[in-house]
Design a protein around this ligand. Sequence first.
Ligand SMILES: [Ca+2]
Ligand SMILES: [Ca+2]
Length: 178
Amino acid sequence: MRGGFLALALLAFSAGAAPIAASADLDGPPAFLITAVWPDRDPADVDLIVQDPRDGIVWYRARETEVLRLDRDDRGNFRDPEPLNQEIVSVRGGLPGEYVVNVSQYALTDVEEPLPVFVRVQAISPVALTVYEKTVEMRRVYEVTVVRFVLDDAGRITSFTFEDKPLAAAARTKVGLR
Ligand SMILES: [Ca+2]
Ligand SMILES: [Ca+2]
């Protein structure tokens, strides 16, 4: 799979994205989509937590920043008759700087097998293009950094890095939770 990731990354560098405004219109078309998918009908509640370059964080308790929006919150099978398990965060505009993509488990207890969570970053403009994808295996309640990417002034991704950067504590503080 490593080779696959590298090929995708190189594709992203060469294809780039059309220059897009640094100020976002949250109702306008997304520049990027970040999705997390876990097995259909699984009761686990996985959360996307994404940070923008101005330290804004989206998650299920805070669904919008200047440039990010949680478009779909999924709580496993809780109040959800559909088998699908998928969370979606959209990136609007081309605010330059670093974006951090984390996934966490709200509640996963007593599981023997790891839960595979497939995370994908897609560029939408000018064409839909997967720029990064990875499956992380989650075993219990915790948070992991899947990928960090940097946009330049033209809205192009210039780097992918993977150093862990926990966001959940900061996200909780922002909304007044301990
Ligand atoms: Ca969730
Ligand atoms: Ca679901």
